[in-house]
Design a protein around this ligand. Sequence first.
Ligand code: ADP
Ligand code: ZN
Length: 723
Amino acid sequence: MPGERARVIVMNSALGPLDYRVPAGMRVEPGSVVVAPLGPRQLLGVAWDADRLATEEVGDNRLRNLIAVADVPPLPTPLRRLIEWTADYYLAPLAGVVRMALPSSSALEGAKLAIEYRATGHVPDRLTPQRAQALERIGDRQGLVRELAAIADVSDAVIRGLVKAGAIEAVEVDVDLPYSAPDPDYAPPNLSPEQAGVSATLRGAVAGAAFQPFLLDGVTGSGKTETYFEAVAEAIRMDRQTLVLLPEIALTEPFLKRFHARFGCEPVAWHSGLRQSQRRRAWRAIASGDAKVVVGARSALFLPYPKLGLIVVDEAHETSFKQEDGVHYHARDVAVMRGMFEGCPVVLATATPAIETRHQVALGRYAELKLPGRYGAAEMPAIEAIDLLRDPPPRGRWIAPTLTRAIDATLERGEQALLFLNRRGYAPLTLCRHCGHRFQCPNCTAWMVEHRLIRRLACHHCGHVMPTPRACPECGEEESLVACGPGVERIADEAAALWPDARIAIVTSDTIWSPAKAAEFVARMEHREIDIVVGTQLVTKGYHFPDLTLVGVIDADLGLAGGDLRAAERSFQQIMQVAGRAGRGTKPGHVYIQTHDPKAPVMQALVSGDAESFYEAETEARQEADAPPFGRFAAIIVSSEDKDAAHDTARAIGRAAPRVEGMDVFGPAPAPLAMLRGRHRFRLLVHARRVFPVQEAIRDWLGGVDWPAKVRVAVDVDPYSFV
Ligand code: ADP
Ligand code: ZN
């Protein structure tokens, strides 16, 4: 009888689906979020379509009762199909994928009011240094005791002490406060004829409410955002929801502002920086359909929108859409699948499409829409290469004379300059001049990177930090440490020495670690409080600063080192994107790229602006190597704190590899990052023909191998990282 039994995916990746009894009076349907007993524990779970999941037959008498069903809408059918597809394609446990659709358990509880804390403005007479630090860092922020303690980097007890002292007070928050509804006719733009053509197509697709992927290929500054906003407006008019995915939470803040200007209120934001109460509020509004437009990082992709009418993936070429831990998935590709299950258009917007995406266009699966010129009077910037062999910077410096002169002239005109180097910190390597000792991370096969601003050495892989020592720990020599090579901090020092009056800002994930910090940076740029920005890839995307007219790429060869399959493509995209920050207003932009190899095809393509032949050559090379998008790869990463155990397992997996036509297995070999976060790593690489059912083969293969619990085996289908 229906309703008596429920098949449930419980939130434990080691378990398959389990059957439970639905007690009388409880209503459970596929998608219902439930609480289920497991041994002595209670676990969150989701009831599933029983006919789609096999499980062991369990007699009625052995079934346990479900404990509760959450008062939230069931996960919609298209989302359940997407979750199944994702688990299947990426060889991930269903529970791991379902978890991404669920909020924290607090969003499921009934209470409408949360208690949060904020500063009262009253500062007690005598403050311990910890309390003073807490008040200073918290500023006007609000949150749970635990959240404030994390912001202030103090213990919970310090915050509670401040509450007792009257410096911090409790406030009630209505966590289910409705969001304002965006107004599609609030401030529509006057579109150029090209933009109008593209937007008409997109609006038509939204109105048609059918699956259709689009590549919106428009140069930087062509008005892609402006144009797809018209499709968003159409979805709002039709009372359908829109999801806009951004590659980086730092981009959320400028997006919110633009959206506000166009639609009269902010959209609902979803990212890792949300407080618990904000997360609950957003999740509930999304699940009820009240949240009309949601902008978020890739984690927003699996939320339970009941009536999705449009998905936009902005900066769709960005590799940060690829998730590298937990479930390894590519948000761009999953977004297209979600559009298919929902029956709605999906727009991939970018100035530098991925070769994979171009290939889908060539196959006729994605429709291509082009915006070939910048909006209004803005012209594309001129790009010039600086040959570092002929025009080298002075010894121990990194800015070549030509670039120095160009910055002189830019500052004289009162305009802004951007120096791009994709390397955080002061120097990538620190060593002892006396004995040659190098600082290595104790947990990773990686050098510690000096961060001079905070006087620390940091590992960029695991986050391990230590104070920069005065003396070499190996030979004891004092003041003997030397920095090798540049990071952004060192370039900023060089710039400060060259232009002592210029106001310089460093923009990296170390300085812009929250949407609020990003907003502060944007405001300082707009108010012309910054003359020179020195930044990593974080500044390459999305920003629009009309007075920024000069871009200098410090080391254009950097991305080509390492030489993975996408190195040239990625370098091209990254430099095109950073170049795209120059001259977006009425003043012309100029870009200099410093390279040791100006004849390299990437450099030539950048300088000539001939992206087409570069892409063609790259695509051809991929085809010859049977690399993606023509063939496919999957990586199997075996790791353990116990090196021998990892090695043995990797070898056992290698020995069990199926020998079949259409699939080759390479390895195991120690991973280039042989140790990461204290775990030893070995890799196998699977190379298969496009049509070969590689997931099935790997599932069967790994299903036949056993390994100890201390060994982790991760599968990365369509990998982007080969370390
Ligand atoms: P892209 O996303 O292609 O880089 P944007 O959408 O950011 O381009 O547009 C670049 C700049 O031009 C933005 O400041 C935007 O507001 C402006 N712009 C583009 N199209 C229009 C338009 N039709 N009317 C007014 N401003 C526009
Ligand atoms: Zn490390």
